[in-house]
Design a protein around this ligand. Structure first.
Ligand code: FE2
Ligand code: FE2
Length: 192
């Protein structure tokens, strides 16, 4: 059984930096708005959104410790990239600490950093809400918000097209799953 929302918030406060806790609450509110707009389960979306960054404030060695402890399936690139590793670890913690068993919620947390082809509506909403939540102010967010008012797949495509070139400019490694997601949403868009 998942824990009650008040208990989740209390535990999260102890796990996260103030900034990440505030971001989680903001992502939660934004995601619920998207869930209503697109007719997706607000219960699933709410749990996935509030918990998506539950491992974000964990130091790298602790992330690695959890990967080994729970035998979490991660690839080489995720293993050496702290900013990617909090997603698979967070998904596992959502299960063992917060009692989440629903695969849609766990997958939404698992893929909230890289995105993936064939994401569920819950996962798409978490990915988009994480990017457009109200505290975010970087370039592209205002336009992404407008796109997300109408079409969640188009919002996914918009954000992947915004994020990937920025990562290229930063000269960091790009996870191949993000490229696969970009291609998948591009093909979906062309079929519309
Ligand atoms: Fe995250
Ligand atoms: Fe986040």
């Amino acid at each position: 059984m998942p824990k009650a929302m008040d208990d989740i918030k209390k535990i999260l406060k102890g796990m996260l930096s103030r900034q990440t806790y505030a971001h989680s609450i903001s992502t939660y509110k934004t995601a619920l708005g998207l869930a209503e707009r697109f007719g997706v389960s607000d219960k699933k979306v709410g749990l996935a959104a509030i918990l998506h960054d539950c491992a974000k404030s964990m130091p790298y060695d602790e992330l690695i410790y959890n990967v080994e402890k729970y035998k979490i399936s991660v690839d080489k690139l995720e293993l050496k990239t702290e900013s990617l590793l909090h997603a698979p670890v967070g998904s596992k913690l959502a299960s063992v600490v917060f009692g989440i068993t629903d695969p849609q919620i766990l997958n939404a947390i698992r893929y909230h950093t890289t995105a993936a082809p064939e994401m569920s509506d819950v996962a798409k909403i978490i990915y988009v809400a994480d990017f457009i939540e109200l505290a975010r102010g970087h370039k592209g967010v205002a336009d992404a918000r407008k796109v997300a008012e109408k079409d969640i797949d188009r919002a996914m495509l918009f954000i992947l097209r915004d994020k990937i070139p920025r990562l290229v400019k930063k000269e960091v490694l790009i996870h191949p799953r993000s490229i696969k997601a970009l291609n998948w949403f591009l093909e979906k868009e062309k079929k519309k």
